[in-house]
Structure formats: C-alpha cells, structure tokens
Write a protein that binds this ligand. Structure first.
Ligand code: PLP
Length: 351
C-alpha cells in the first residue's frame, strides 16, 4: 500500500516519522443532505468516513496505529501489547495491524463498563480479537491508566524472558503522542479534499477520548493555517478534565514534530453534554443519534463514541447559528454495535 507521504514544512518532522502503512489513504468525504433536512435544513452537513479505513472494520485508530506500529517495526518488535476496555476498538485494530506486519499481539481488557450482558463480553470487538488470535488478559480496574500500563509492562517482561521483543502501546498520558500524528496527517488530507472539492467547513465535530484524534486534528489544522472550529464531544471524562488533556496533547505534538504549537487555549472546545450516563453507556441523545444516523444516512454509529459525537453534530445543526457547514468525523466503532445489540434494540423502541 502506498501513500503520497509528502507533507509541507509546516508539519515539521512528519515525513521522517516511522510509519507502517495500514490503509490506502483518503477516506471518503460525503454530504449528509437527509440528516441536514432532518435537523431543520439550517445549513449543510458532511461526514468524513474514517470508519472506512479498511483494516478489520476500520476506524480512527487505524490512522493512529500507523505511527505506533511504525515505531514497533523500527525497534524490531515481534509482539505488540495494548490495554483497553472490553469492547475497545483500539485493541481490535492493534491486533489486526500486528497481524498484517507479521507480529503477535497481547491484549489486556479492562473492567471499565459495568455491564453484565454476555454479548458485551463475547461479541463485537471481543469476537474479532479472538479471531485474530490475540492473547487476552484482563485487568480488574477501568480507571487506573498507570496501573493498567504497569501490568502490561509485567507481561512484556515475561515475554522478554521468553526471548521475544515486545512493544507496548501505552495508555496513560506522558508518552510521545505518536497516535495523534495520524490525525495531523488526516488534517492535511481533509484540507486537500476540501480544496479539491471547493468546499468550506465551519465546524468539525469529533469524539474526544484519549484526545489523540481531536488533538492531532486540531493541531494539524492550525499548523496548516486553517481556523475551522473543532468541537470535541467528551466520551470518557468531563470537559473540565478533558480540556487540559487536550492542551497538553497539542504541546506534546509540537515537541515531537519540532514545530511551533499554533493551538490557542480558545481553540480547545470540549462538550460533555452527551457523556452521561458515562463511558460506554448511551444516553437518550446518543440513542436518537444512532437511529437518525442509520435511518437518514445509512451510517452505523456506536453507543460509546460515534453515537455521542453524532448527537453533538445534530445538536449543533439544530440549534447552532444557521447557514454553516458542519462536518461529522465518523471514527468507526462498528463492531461494538453487535456487542451492544440489546441497547440498540432498546434505542429502536425509543428506550
Ligand atoms: C470508534 C472510536 N471513536 C473515537 C475514539 C476516541 O478517539 P481518541 O482516543 O483518539 O480520542 C475511539 C477511541 O477508542 C474509538 O474507538
């Protein structure tokens, strides 16, 4: 798979970063006229289809993994280790990317969501993790990033003792934000598409979890001179906790690429309006968004990330200033729909 890997000098060392090509680039940018109509026809709506990043059901993490797995390959790793929630898309895609590169994968699944539904533990991403032959481990806590990383470190030590060369994709903050580089690339790609199509976008709405997608996109847009508003919809922690995380992430990206950070504090917009009842659980606006996304635009949205982000895009289209163009960044999460089948059915019944 080949990419045109030529980035302008404004993006600093991006051309020189190790990168494993996991998809063919340029995800579709599509209009959403039916959804715009359903939101009162007050402006235009578009979707950037990062659910179509090809690898094993796709998603935003494919872009991020290009840089993590590029670094793993550079270091001669033969095994990748990663931690995440039981229905993590990141761990599923890490296992898939590792397979493409001929590596093994150890996945640690954390108890982050209080759900007894057996489908949550066996279907969706978990089923795919198993199909990919990943080694599954569990971690009893869902809110202990440092502890989860520590346990991954212990598993890695055991693998080293067996003669393997492990590479850990870290969860906790304070590590090089390699994943965010995937979204600096995406900002460059998007601006190229907008120019080619003669489109103007006022606001991008995106799920904000680790902040690598939101932060990388915002950093890349500002570095390239774009002032498009980027609204991050909190999916993991509230706005008060997410804001400083985003600011730190942007400063870390600037360090990594050796360029100025053009993101100002006013650029970091986060909303936790759709976070309740919490990570991995859908509230009423998220449920409505999942149904509307499917029935207006045939988009498959999940209860943890994209349903909440779409609820944010819909709210902005319905009640923000009129005459604007809003772009929803579809970050994937498709397999989780099957693990959350019972919640999806409840959403359909208006529950
Ligand atoms: C489908 C999906 N969307 C959005 C996100 C959030 O992205 P980030 O962690 O880069 O903020 C994730 C994170 O796992 C995800 O799986």
């Amino acid at each position: 798979m080949t990419h045109e890997a030529e980035f302008p000098p404004e993006l600093g060392a991006l051309n020189d970063m190790p990168r494993a090509r996991l998809f063919s680039g340029n995800t579709p940018l599509q209009p959403m006229p039916n959804l715009a109509r359903a939101c009162g026809d007050r402006g235009e709506m578009f979707v950037k289809r990062d659910d179509c990043t090809e690898l094993a059901f796709g998603g935003n993490k494919v872009r991020q993994l290009e840089f993590y797995l590029g670094e793993a390959a550079r270091r001669g790793a033969d095994t990748v280790l990663i931690t995440g929630a039981v229905q993590s898309n990141f761990v599923r895609l890490a296992a898939a990317g590792a397979r493409l590169l001929g590596m093994d994968c150890h996945i640690q699944l954390e108890e982050r969501v209080a759900k007894d539904d057996p489908l949550y533990r066996s279907s969706g991403n978990v089923l795919i993790d198993r199909l990919l032959g990943a080694h599954l481990h569990s971690y009893p806590e869902g809110e202990d990033e440092a502890g989860a990383d520590r346990q991954l470190g212990e598993i890695a030590e055991g693998l080293k003792a067996e003669g393997r060369t492990p590479y850990i994709i870290p969860l906790s903050p304070g590590h090089k934000p390699l994943g965010a580089l995937g979204y600096v690339v995406a900002a460059h790609e998007l601006l190229g598409q907008l120019k080619a199509d003669g489109l103007h976008i006022d606001e991008i709405v995106v799920a904000s979890g680790s902040g690598n997608t939101h932060g990388g996109l915002l950093f890349g847009l500002r570095a390239l001179g774009s002032d498009i508003t980027v609204t991050g919809i909190c999916v993991r922690r509230d706005a008060e906790a997410q804001r400083p995380r985003l600011l730190a992430r942007c400063a870390e990206i600037a360090d990594l690429l050796g360029i100025a950070n053009k993101v100002t504090s006013g650029d970091v917009i986060v909303s936790d309006e759709f976070l309740a009842p919490g990570y991995g659980l859908a509230g009423p606006a998220c449920r409505e968004a999942m149904v509307l996304g499917a029935q207006a635009e045939a988009l498959m949205l999940d209860p943890t990330y994209t349903g909440k982000a779409m609820a944010g895009a819909i709210a902005s289209a319905r009640s923000g200033p009129s005459g604007r163009a809003i772009l929803f960044l579809h970050t994937g999460g498709t397999p989780a729909i099957f693990a959350y089948q019972n919640d999806m059915l409840a959403a359909l019944q208006g529950g």
